[in-house]
Write a protein that binds this ligand. Structure first.
Ligand code: CUA
Length: 315
């Protein structure tokens, strides 16, 4: 953390972040100052006007003070106007996307994020962007309401089914930043996390070119190994036989599996393909139907590559 880090959130790392923090700190400090004044005056008056003599002890003749009334009406009004104008300016800035922004499609679904680039690249739970360049995110959901939150950038936007929402940011530092879902969206909500990787422009250009061709120059198996990482298969499927959420890829191909309905299925190419595209039609015994569909996310060559990779796990 450098000197600009804040007590409440990670180091501001986007163009908008310092403005959001400044406004937040102003409201916090003003609230704190008002709290101290109100409590101090209350305590002082309780003491100053305590009952001292026998009798009814009331103070007569003071029920109104024009100057005080004006004072305590004007000061809060000015404060509210400052917060309104300042907040409105920041709000407008956060909502008007610069014309030269790079557009990336972001999709939320139970329980991961996908990011699609117009050049063809697509990533799961990882958003790669260049530094010092405005990025527009076009957001939508495949199922329920999610919300995309990058604390270091101070951006948060709801992600809805059947409707697009938009947010944008311009990262000012290279590095990796946490990305969260902040709308409770079911069992896996707390696992719906990802990373924003901010690269220098030249590295970004190289990355984009390399990621936009579908595994060109790689064998199916090598490409499958790459997809296993970039599509985050590893979050549920191990390679060493250990159980995470789903079956391990090790020794899975060709084995005879018992389904939850008692039928048996041979884990061949067709079964694997179906499990990727319609994972809930056949559930192997001992597992929960939690795998999301990759329909529309994986292209044919990518499915072939993953099947080749799973097959290679038998050797
Ligand atoms: Cu998606 Cu919480």
């Amino acid at each position: 953390m450098d000197s600009t880090s804040s007590t409440y959130l990670p180091t501001p790392s986007s163009t908008i972040a310092p403005e959001v923090d400044a406004l937040f700190n102003f409201i916090l400090l003003a609230s704190f100052a008002i709290f101290v004044i109100v409590v101090a005056v209350t305590l002082y008056f309780s003491w100053r006007y305590r009952r001292k003599v026998a009798g009814d002890g009331l103070t007569y003749g003071v029920d109104h003070n024009i100057k005080l009334e004006i004072l305590w009406t004007t000061i809060p009004t000015i404060l509210i106007l400052i917060v309104f104008v300042w907040g409105f300016k920041t709000y407008i800035k956060m909502n008007v996307v610069p014309g030269d922004a790079i557009e990336i499609k972001a999709t939320g679904q139970k329980w991961f994020w996908t990011f699609d680039y117009k050049e063809g690249a697509n990533l799961v739970n990882e958003l790669v962007v260049p530094v010092n360049k405005p990025i527009k995110l076009l957001l939508s959901s495949q199922d329920v309401i999610h919300s995309l939150f990058v604390p270091a950038f101070r951006i948060k936007m709801d992600v809805l089914p059947n409707r697009y929402t938009i947010t944008w940011f311009e990262a000012t530092h290279t590095g990796e930043f946490d990305l969260f879902c902040t709308e409770f969206c079911g069992d896996g909500h707390s696992e719906m996390i990802g990373k924003v990787k901010v690269l220098p422009p030249d590295e970004y250009a190289i990355w984009l070119e390399k990621s936009s061709v579908l595994g060109e120059g790689l064998t199916l198996e090598e490409y499958g190994a790459e997809l296993y990482k970039t599509k985050a298969c590893y979050t549920c499927h191990s390679l060493d036989g250990s159980l995470i959420q789903g079956p391990s890829f090790k020794g899975r191909f060709g084995s005879e599996l018992t389904m939850t309905d008692g039928t048996t299925v041979v884990s061949d190419e067709n079964y694997l393909r179906e499990s990727i595209l319609n994972p809930r039609t056949k559930i192997a015994e001992g597992f929960k139907p939690i795998m999301p569909t990759f329909q529309g996310i994986l292209k044919d060559r990518q499915i072939d590559a993953l099947i080749a990779y799973i097959k290679a796990m038998n050797e």
